[in-house]
Write a protein that binds this ligand. Structure first.
Ligand code: ZN
Length: 329
């Protein structure tokens, strides 16, 4: 057990372990990273580590009553706000609640998931609590990026940035912890781009797999079919707000594959090896500049997700701009 259940993130894990053991925890943390890295899961393991009753050895132990309660979302001193948009009212109730002493442990922890969804009003309301927290209060804000929160919030939290982990580490975890066979684990680790949650979505969620294939068909047919039909095809993919990051990641790896295949024709280097036929035929009909332009567009849209632009606008811009990039050159 311990923080080892979290893949990678060695520096962050070491730092938190040190703070928990030395009782030098801060009052507020901003845990940020691509949703595929599972920052929400990380926040929960961190909370478990703080509340764990085991004083020796690795924490969280995973066996004590406190650890079990955290796992089943049942701990009296842990409140998790899962809402997409945390309302000012929620923040006000947090502000009151955080001053009431912990029930069964020395700390009271609040996890705010989707921190980027907090309105500026909500963030300003939270500021007061961040400025004068009670000695036992700890707030963990989870967000897609640091920049998606007001600078005043950022400066009052210790930032914990999660990083993609190596393909090999993901492969090992899928094989040894989740019990997938070699072939599946290898394919998922390739597509994951360093993000374990993405690997698991690929393996366990049929919708993800269907969307991946349909998205590539959309890209391969867009020049022929034109903008209106492409936007309709996009609509049919019914991409939700919480799926935007993985759609952009898939788009990036697709155009990366296209570029690589056009230059070297090495199928074994493809991330989406199962799509070789489609990639080969599209590659023949596109210029290198057009593909590079598409990659840049995807990166630009990834920047927009961090700036809280709406999902619908990002997707429409993505399709329009890639259509333009591929047609121009
Ligand atoms: Zn424990």
């Amino acid at each position: 057990m311990g923080f080892s259940t979290v893949l990678g993130q060695e520096l962050v894990k070491k730092e938190l372990q040190r703070q928990i053991n030395g009782n030098t925890l801060n009052h507020a943390y901003l845990i940020h990273g691509n949703p595929g890295l599972d920052p929400q899961g990380f926040a929960k393991v961190f909370a478990q580590g703080i509340l764990c009753m085991e004083k020796q050895g690795e924490i969280p132990c995973g066996r004590c009553i406190a650890c079990k309660k955290v796992l089943s979302n049942n701990h009296e001193d842990l409140v998790i706000y899962p809402e997409e948009t945390l309302k000012v009212d929620n923040v006000r109730s947090l502000e009151k609640d955080i001053h009431i002493k912990p029930y069964s442990s020395g700390k009271k922890i609040y996890i705010i998931n989707h921190g980027e969804g907090m309105t500026p009003q909500g963030q300003n309301a939270l500021l007061k609590t961040l400025e004068e927290p009670p000695s036992f209060g700890i707030i963990l804000i989870v967000a897609r990026s640091k920049e998606s929160l007001l600078p005043t919030i950022q400066s009052r939290c210790q930032g914990l940035g999660l990083k993609p982990v190596s393909r090999e580490e993901i492969y090992d975890a899928l094989k040894n912890t989740w019990g997938y066979d070699e072939e599946k684990a290898r394919a998922a680790a390739k597509i994951a781009g360093g993000k374990i949650k993405t690997a698991l979505r690929f393996l366990e969620d049929e919708d993800y797999e269907n969307r991946r294939k349909q998205l590539f068909v959309l890209y391969s047919e867009m020049r022929e079919k034109g903008i209106t039909a492409s936007l309709e095809a996009l609509e049919r993919l019914s991409i939700e707000k919480d799926q935007i990051d993985e759609v952009l990641d898939l788009s990036f790896s697709f155009f990366r594959d296209l570029l690589l295949y056009k230059a070297l024709q090495k199928p074994e280097w493809l991330i989406h090896g199962d799509q070789e036929k489609l990639i080969a035929s599209l590659g023949k009909n596109c210029s290198r500049e057009g593909i590079l332009g598409s990659l840049k567009e995807v990166e630009k849209m990834q920047g927009y997700t961090r700036a809280n632009v709406s999902t619908k606008s990002i997707l429409e811009m993505l399709v329009l701009n890639i259509h333009q990039a591929l047609s121009d050159k």
